[in-house]
Write a protein that binds this ligand. Structure first.
Ligand SMILES: Cc1cc2nc3c(=O)[nH]c(=O)nc-3n(C[C@H](O)[C@H](O)[C@H](O)COP(=O)(O)OP(=O)(O)OC[C@H]3O[C@@H](n4cnc5c(N)ncnc54)[C@H](O)[C@@H]3O)c2cc1C
Length: 509
């Protein structure tokens, strides 16, 4: 790897090109030079895989108050009410903003106005309020945003640029160090840095998240001592495909919103035993119900049944899902779909305020890497894309309002070392299994304590391995190993079962 002695200077540095990063970039670009670093191609992000849509109270019988109520209910008493109100009140504007960028949301049949959007329903929502683009909303949002940032004269994009460290000077974040595609290590100095690196789904053996979700931003923040919280609240999506050729492919909640039902292999509609909202109960309840049913009956999966729904309707609403299922021989109008829960979303992260400011001056965070307080102990479906947009915009507005000079120096960060890839793969797999089995949907003290000891030992093993040439895979493994013990400690410290955190030892007998 070569090291550039020259640094690159910019006003706003953005780490990540999902919805949070690109929203920030577009709002800041009118006021200064924006530089985006993203570790894969611009398009690659959790955002691109979002299926269901974005929540906003824009329907006639809806109001931000109802959206607020639903969000607070899902959060099980642990939301920050101010953050929730800010989120829901800004939701309709955010949707209109996306539309002005060219995002094509589905419209009602026979709609006369351009903004007469079709509103879907998802678990935990008391109204139809999910705007969407068939079942590829995230793909459509990224398409439009990618075009907008690529066209902006003030935005410079570095693809395949992996941020390895935050740069600091006198307690302030002044940019980031990154390894670029040709293995050139470059320091990017910025007046303000936006951490928008997404989640850490790859901590778990089964996750709906794409390969980029390796908790890099969280690890960067944790290493720099930036306060994080709520890491124990990990959302598992109840319905991901159980099939060897399409592991953890997500079947959107909207499929249950359309009337899909859950069944055991002998046809029992088991949600009657768990919640009065049946299949539309919040995700944690549905995921735990499935977990319990699978254990009770000693089966590997349960089934999502769409066979009673009109074929034309499901093909129109879920074209991507139907295409994927057909590719492995499943025809949802005839066959039940085998499903299992998989890790899906991290509610916790870097603590931020309403303007995305973290505990470190000069560093902002938004999107899945951040903990804004809107999710509390559980995220309401389709609130995360919204959160990424609302808080990234507020962050950009605050950042452009504070006139900060571009920094000129930084303190040399600690040297990061890589280990042989085969070892990184091995350590990462062991960690993912530990997390899935002992820090997953149903947890126990003994399991978490042993998981903590073993994950710390894995981190020590990593440090003891021989140094190897630069490898992004190794860097990511190190980041996952850094984040895991923090998450496990947070789960052990939570002494009540609330929202997504369920410790079987805390159940009153
Ligand atoms: C299958 C699936 C379906 C979903 N469906 C919905 C839905 O319907 N509605 C909803 O609201 N939410 C949904 N979500 C959640 C939502 O997509 C994410 O929470 C949201 O997209 C996060 O946006 P983000 O900008 O924070 O991160 P991301 O979109 O994940 O972007 C993170 C970016 O950071 C980059 N990056 C990461 N580490 C580094 C590094 N070290 N250096 C440089 N760049 C880095 C990545 O390459 C990526 O570009 C879904 C998630 C998944 C996985």
């Amino acid at each position: 790897m070569t090291r550039e002695s020259q640094h690159i200077s910019t006003d706003f540095l953005v780490l990540g090109s999902g919805l949070a990063g690109l929203t920030f970039a577009l709002h800041a670009a009118g006021h200064g030079q924006v530089t985006i670093l993203t570790k894969a191609e611009l398009f690659e992000s959790n955002t691109s895989y979002a299926q269901g849509g974005i929540a906003a109270a824009i329907g006639e019988s809806d109001s931000w108050k109802l959206h607020e109520e639903d969000t607070l209910t899902a959060g099980a008493g642990l939301c920050d009410p101010g953050a929730v109100r800010f989120l829901v009140q800004n939701a309709p504007d955010s949707i209109h903003w996306l539309a002005t960028l060219g995002v094509r949301f589905d419209r009602e049949e026979g709609a006369t106005s351009l903004t007469d959007w079709a509103l879907g329903r998802e678990g935990g929502h008391s109204r139809n309020r999910i705007v969407h683009h068939a079942d590829r909303t995230g793909w459509e949002v990224e398409r439009a945003m990618n075009a907008a940032v690529r066209a902006h004269p003030n935005v410079k994009i570095f693809e395949n640029a992996f941020a390895t460290d935050l740069l600091q000077a006198d307690g302030r974040c002044v940019g980031a160090r990154a390894v670029l595609a040709e293995e050139r290590e470059v320091d990017f100095l910025a007046a303000q840095t936006m951490l928008a690196t997404g989640g850490a789904g790859r901590l778990y053996q089964h996750s709906t998240n794409p390969r980029i979700a390796t908790g890099d931003g969280l690890a960067l923040a944790l290493r720099a001592g930036v306060p994080c919280s709520d890491l124990e609240f990990v959302q598992f999506h109840p319905t991901t495909l159980y099939h060897p050729q399409l592991r953890s492919f997500l079947i959107t909640e909207a499929a249950r919103g359309e009337g899909g039902t859950l069944r055991t292999h002998d046809g029992d509609r088991f949600m009657y035993d768990f919640d009065e909202q049946l299949e539309l109960a919040p995700r944690d309840i549905v995921a735990r119900a499935i977990d319990e049913e699978m254990r009770r009956r000693d089966t590997w999966c349960v089934y999502l049944d769409l066979t009673h729904l009109p074929r034309e309707r499901i093909e129109r609403h879920f074209p991507t899902i139907i295409e994927k299922l057909n590719s492995v021989g499943i025809q949802p109008h005839r066959h039940w779909i085998p499903i299992v829960p998989a890790q899906h979303y991290m509610c916790g992260g870097v603590i931020t305020d309403l303007t995305a400011q973290t505990g470190m001056p000069g560093l902002l965070a938004s999107g899945e890497v951040a903990r804004t307080g809107v999710h509390g102990a559980n995220r309401l479906a389709s609130n995360s894309l919204l959160e990424a947009m609302v808080f990234a915009k507020a962050g950009a507005q605050a950042a452009v309002a504070t006139k900060i000079e571009r920094p000129t120096h930084f303190e040399e960060p600690q040297v990061r070392r890589c280990v042989p890839e085969s070892d990184a793969i091995r350590l990462r797999r062991v960690l993912q299994k530990i997390m899935m089995e002992r820090v997953g949907i149903v947890r126990r003290d003994a399991g978490m304590n042993s998981a903590l000891m073993e994950s710390e030992a894995l981190l020590s093993d990593f440090a003891a391995l021989p140094e190897a040439p630069y490898s992004q895979y190794s860097m990511e493994a190190h980041n996952l190993l850094t984040v895991a013990p923090h998450l496990i400690r947070a789960a052990l410290a939570r002494r009540e079962n609330v929202g997504l955190h369920f410790n079987a030892d805390l159940v009153q007998s």
